[in-house]
Design a protein around this ligand. Sequence first.
Ligand code: VGL
Ligand code: ZN
Length: 189
Amino acid sequence: MPEIDFQDGDALILVDLQNDFCPGGALPIEGGHEVVETVNPWIEAATMAGIPVFASRDWHPEGHISFEAQGGTWPPHCLQDSRGAAFHPRLRLPDGVIKVTKGTRFDQDQNSAFDQTGLADELRRRGISRIWIAGLAQDVCVAATALDGRREGFEVLLMKDGTRPVTPAGGQESMDAMQNAGVQVIGSD
Ligand code: VGL
Ligand code: ZN
């Protein structure tokens, strides 16, 4: 486990740790289920330290604009109230987890957990200045969330062992983009 020192003013943000992004799901990411096991101890450490835990979820209506049949990029995934949209059963979310629901708009996708959710103001309201991010997928929703976090003026730490990309190339590209934006990468390498 990399050095994690949670302190007052921190939040842990878990991005889209849902069945559809894990092997067997509609948009499976290699090793997605491993991330779940990796983040569980971090959730526990955050909870012990009194650090709030936010869990975002992709939550699409039927025929969402991001689906291939509608001219989008992805196979249908994370349909509202479906099993695929549920958080992974092995993810140990704490009591008091704060859920952030996104991807519900009919007219556009929302990759970032900050995109029109009010998350930035909610974090500020809670006195949070630094966010630790893990989840899926590194090159899509994790990167979008981390970059928006920087734009909103937060210190952003990406937990490298707690994320996986859709593609290796996307993983490298997104890592460069995040580091260029001042995201600190914590963990192996
Ligand atoms: C995501 C593709 C489509 C993600 C969401 O959570 O990274 N990826 N929708
Ligand atoms: Zn989606």
